[in-house]
Design a protein around this ligand. Sequence first.
Ligand code: MGD
Ligand code: MGD
Ligand code: SF4
Ligand code: MO
Length: 619
Amino acid sequence: MIVACTRDCYDTCIFRAEKREGRIRLVPIGEFPTLGFTCARGVADVKRLNSPRRVKTPLLRGERQVVEVSWERALGELAARIKEAEPEEIIHIDYDGNQGLLTWYYPQRLFNAIRSASTDYSICSAEGSEAIKLHWGRSYGAMPEELEKRPAAFWALDASTSFIHGWALAKRGRNPTAAVDVIWTNTMRHVDLPVLVRPGTDVVLALGVAREIIEMGAYDREFVERHTHGFEQFVKHVQKFTPQYVEEEAGVPRDVFYKLVDFYLKKPVTIIGFAIGRTENGGDAARAISLIHALLGDPAGFYYSNSGAWGIDFAYIRGLHAAKPSKVVPMGLVGGAISQFKVAYVWNANPVATLPQGDRIAKAAERGDITLAVHTPLMDETAEAAHIVLPAPLYLEKEDVVYSYWHNYLIYNTAVADPPGFARRETWVVRELAKLIGVGDHPLMREDPWDAVNIALKGTGITLEELRRRGAVRLPAPDYYKYPTATGKVEFYSVTAVKKGLPPLPEYKPPRRDAYVLTFPPNPLYTNSQFRDIYGEPEPAVYLNPSDFVSDCVVLYNENGEAVLKAKPSPHVPRGVIVYTGIGKDLRGVPINTLARGEPGPYGGTPRLYTTYVNIRPC
Ligand SMILES: Nc1nc2c(c(=O)[nH]1)N[C@H]1C(S)=C(S)[C@@H](COP(=O)(O)OP(=O)(O)OC[C@H]3O[C@@H](n4cnc5c(=O)[nH]c(N)nc54)[C@H](O)[C@@H]3O)O[C@H]1N2
Ligand SMILES: Nc1nc2c(c(=O)[nH]1)N[C@H]1C(S)=C(S)[C@@H](COP(=O)(O)OP(=O)(O)OC[C@H]3O[C@@H](n4cnc5c(=O)[nH]c(N)nc54)[C@H](O)[C@@H]3O)O[C@H]1N2
Ligand code: SF4
Ligand SMILES: [Mo]
């Protein structure tokens, strides 16, 4: 049996699942793209099936205690709350705890059918995707194999921690590697050319590199003439991004800058970390980095997210062809705006911990301002705050179709274990709920979930039946010479942006220099807030440069709130930057995201949480 890890992760590892004497073993496939190894989470997935944090029975939280109830009672209660509220007073909050088409996307149909409010799904990669689309009409890029074939630059990505198979391929290829980051991550310490930049200044560096390539006459004239639009305006625009300006603004010394230019002349692939979109000027940085590859005549030279390349009709599974949300709230603002709602239904996400000011969702539930319901396999902060908790199967306990935003395998996941207790899958829950609310007959809810998947897969050229039979199918690489922009070309000067009232060329606004920047590199033991049931809580600590060290206990504060944390000096953190590894809490148990910046970025609405400005004082 074949299964793929459904977590929000570049790698989407593929396993052979073996069952011997009732015991399940997951063996990472030896061949590409999993290469015979997996991560600390992949190793613990079987153990996690019996995690003490599993939710096995529906729960209702009363004033005094939490009681186990039947599905009928729990769903009856939830349906009553939903029926009492106006559609725009109901919000569903879901993200990528499990990337299965039926687990994440299909349940959105119920909420679109009743025209409730939705988030904008912007927390992770939307900013960069929308930004790159302004120039290319698409945001997909390099296929995984490229990492092994040519030099690789990891830009705003600690690949050796969060993208271990991409990292392994690059290392296996033995070509030169580079990284651009604001701290000395493990990746920065293990590439040939590490480039340390000041937070939020990547766009300056990228436009500086572009300018230099043009100055040297080293760009691909034929590609520029045949496939691009607005080169002249771009040339003019980049003039001010001289090596001197790059040094002053981004803090990159001249010699390192020229080495990076040389590196780009070798036609590397750039893996642009999703993280770039969560930084100040991040969308503009993604735009500028992608355009370096247009200069090089290399439309397959950058990678951001390949989700859009496989032809999967996500909008169809979500039901957007038939009904749309009445209101859309940027994810970074949901925490602050939660009291506008009466009911919040959460699945596949842990917003109390993972969203900026997510702790306000828990507070609103505690005050009784909202009814909070959660469908989850495991107790987390959101479930602890919820009035209604519904038990869900983990990915090894249900069938689903899984895609990757990196590699081009589509996988049919078979269930290798039975769900515990009364756990029921997402499609069942929303269809039962639909009946109770009175929309069971809505065309979106009537359609069998598997039929919906089959239709959504049409553009991939693979039928559900074939996929089920083969287990895993390799999809073809996309066409890199098709640009669905206004001009049909790669737009150095984005006509599309002008139409949308956005700047046609990547812009730079200097970040604040009067505060510390709190940022969040990945933690190897967790995927976002998951696996604390196995590995415990991440340390409530921040790292800072020895010269910024004031005390071993600090209070970080800004206009959003305060966090009390242990502080540790680290030579890997430059002055002015403060590092919290992963997503966790402070010493009082307050989610670290109580501090995070929530206001949406200009292109895809992603909050700039990786450039969170804070002040610091000793405890
Ligand atoms: N082990 C592990 N793996 C994961 C995850 C996890 O939690 N743990 N999460 C998964 C998810 S949801 C995602 S989206 C991806 C995360 O992957 P990405 O978001 O693509 O990147 P990260 O590896 O988290 O690294 C982000 C890097 O950006 C740096 N950075 C911060 N500000 C700036 C800036 O202004 N400029 C530059 N150049 N760099 C900056 C940080 O120091 C950090 O090293 O990984 C996935 N894989
Ligand atoms: N401080 C800080 N905040 C961040 C980030 C950061 O690096 N630092 N990263 C941001 C990024 S990139 C992202 S993507 C978000 C991630 O935000 P989330 O998507 O909220 O994060 P996860 O912790 O991956 O997933 C959350 C929940 O999904 C549930 N789940 C897992 N499998 C299933 C399933 O099969 N069914 C159901 N119903 N539920 C399931 C898990 O129990 C878990 O509680 O966080 C963002 N927030
Ligand atoms: S979390 Fe990522 S690296 Fe780990 S098993 Fe899942 S896909 Fe593989
Ligand atoms: Mo993410």
